[in-house]
Every structure is written in structure tokens, then in C-alpha cells.
Design a protein around this ligand. Structure first.
Ligand SMILES: [Zn+2]
Ligand SMILES: [Zn+2]
Length: 274
């Protein structure tokens, strides 16, 4: 049974509805999936229903923005029964994400006459296009050629994740465990592009000490060296090994690597404990 436990619907920045995600997963021959939208669980109800109707095995998930050693990282939470406290963390993180766009436009309106906070507040975009509001606004107001160019503008105006109030990894893991869930480090290859394996290992050890449950070892942009290192680390530390292709639907079309099910891993290749 092929597994892909990391994909997005249009409730965060993907372009598919939850049902379309499940239909496509079926077409791709996947047998076990999860939607892990950024800081929102709005897709859960529709996703669960579609999985049940179409006979797909699934686990409920979410991808949280967190802070780890002053850096912004993503944590995947799975198989939790959301309580009020965890719901509040998810909601606050989503608000922080939205606030980044508001703050960016506040800075930009000084430089561009045709941008304003009021205009931004009133602005809406078609969720089926994927992505977040800020990058659509910049694109529609003629500031960028492609949607993804908008991310550079956030950097140019010094709007960084690390300056916003996202939970620490430790807080998030604690909360996920209180909800009976599992906490997995998402795509380590995105944070460790220029690090030695011993530096990666030191961070992993730290995450083990705060009770992380697993690592997304298989991910489209991971080098073979990193993948092998992660798998070995998980085996030695009795951690879960997961696979995720981070499909965003039409948004990830150009980046051919982020295609749903592009890594073929059978459930028996992994160490899942759901
Ligand atoms: Zn991520
Ligand atoms: Zn993701």
C-alpha cells in the first residue's frame, strides 16, 4: 500500500478541494494519505468523508509553523483529537500567518501609491488557485510576474517567520501529545541545505530529548545522503519514518518534484505507529 502523508488542500495554500485530493490520490494508486494544511484543520471533515466514501485509508493531520533554536521549522501533527488548547494554538498560528501579509502591505503602501491596507483588507482571491492572500495581492496589483516572486518581496521588506509568535517546537509537541497525536519533523532537507550530517544529528538529538515521534525522511528534495541519514537515525532511536511529497496541486505544477505520490514508498518501508 503506497503512502503519502503530506499534501495541501485549498484551505491552506493548495489548489484542490479535500475531495479532489482524495480522488487524485486514488487515481495515483495511493492507499494511505493525509492532508496536512498549514495551521488549519478546516479540511478535516470533508477529507474524512471523502476518504470513507472512496475507501481510502487516512490519518488526520496538520502542518504547524514552529520555532526551533531561533529558526522557523514545520512540524507535522497526526492522529490527534483536537482539544481547546491545541485548537487555540492552530488558530493563533494561522492568524500570525495572515498578519504577515497585513504587515507587509502596511510597509509597502508607503512605497507604492496603488497599494493600501484598506485595499488589501477588502481584497479576496480565488482559493482554487492555491497560495496565500499576500502573494495573490502582489501579483494582481502588478508587483510580481509569478505568484512565487511574492515570497521574495516578503524577504525584501524583512517580514520573516521568526519575528512572529509561532509556538516553540517543544510547546507544540507537548500539546500534540496531550491530544494523543504524533509529532513529526517535516522536510529536514529544507533547513539543512548547507549543514554537515553531524550538525543535523545534533539537532535531531535535541528533538528526541523533547520527545519528537518521527522524521519525514522521504521528501522530494532530499539528497540520498540525507534520506539515508534520517532513516538510520529513526531506526536507531525508535522513531517513525514518514514520506511526504508536499503536493500543493496546481501551485506545485511547475516544480515537478512536488507531485502527489512521486515517491513510491510502501507502508512496509516505513515505521508508522498509527
Ligand atoms: Zn512545510
Ligand atoms: Zn507542506
Amino acid at each position: 500500500m503506497l503512502v503519502d502523508l503530506h499534501m495541501h488542500s485549498y484551505y491552506s495554500d493548495g489548489s484542490f478541494s479535500p475531495r479532489e485530493v482524495v480522488e487524485l490520490a486514488k487515481e495515483k494508486g495511493l492507499g494511505f494519505i493525509s492532508i496536512t494544511d498549514h495551521n488549519t484543520i478546516e479540511a478535516h471533515e470533508e477529507f474524512e468523508l471523502a476518504c470513507q466514501e472512496l475507501g481510502m485509508n487516512y490519518v488526520l493531520g496538520v502542518e504547524l509553523d514552529c520555532v526551533f533554536n531561533n529558526r522557523s521549522i514545520h512540524l507535522l501533527a497526526y492522529d490527534f483529537k483536537v482539544n481547546d488548547e491545541f485548537a487555540a494554538i492552530i488558530k493563533k498560528s494561522r492568524q500570525q500567518l495572515d498578519q504577515m501579509g497585513v504587515d507587509l502591505i502596511k510597509l509597502m503602501e508607503k512605497d507604492y501609491d496603488h497599494l493600501s491596507s484598506q485595499d488589501y483588507e477588502a481584497y479576496s482571491y480565488d482559493r482554487r488557485l492555491g497560495g496565500f492572500k499576500g502573494i495573490h495581492y502582489l501579483h494582481d496589483r502588478g508587483l510580481t510576474e509569478t505568484l512565487m516572486d511574492g515570497l521574495k518581496i516578503y524577504r525584501d521588506y524583512h517580514i520573516f517567520y521568526k519575528d512572529y509568535d509561532f509556538p516553540t517546537v517543544e510547546e507544540a509537541i507537548k500539546q500534540i501529545h496531550q491530544c494523543g497525536g504524533k509529532a513529526i519533523l517535516a522536510h529536514p532537507g529544507k533547513y539543512y541545505r548547507h549543514h554537515s550530517m553531524s550538525e543535523v544529528g545534533a539537532d535531531f538529538e535535541q528533538l528526541v530529548s523533547i520527545h519528537i515521534d518521527g522524521i519525514e525522511c522521504y521528501y522530494p528534495i532530499h539528497s540520498q545522503e540525507l534520506t539515508e541519514y534520517c532513516v538510520k537515525f529513526c531506526e536507531e532511536h525508535d522513531l517513525m519514518i514518514t514520506v511526504g511529497c508536499d503536493c500543493h496541486g496546481e501551485m506545485s505544477k511547475k516544480e515537478s518534484e512536488y507531485i502527489m505520490g512521486c515517491i513510491k514508498k510502501d507502508v512496509s518501508d516505513l515505521r508508522l505507529k498509527f
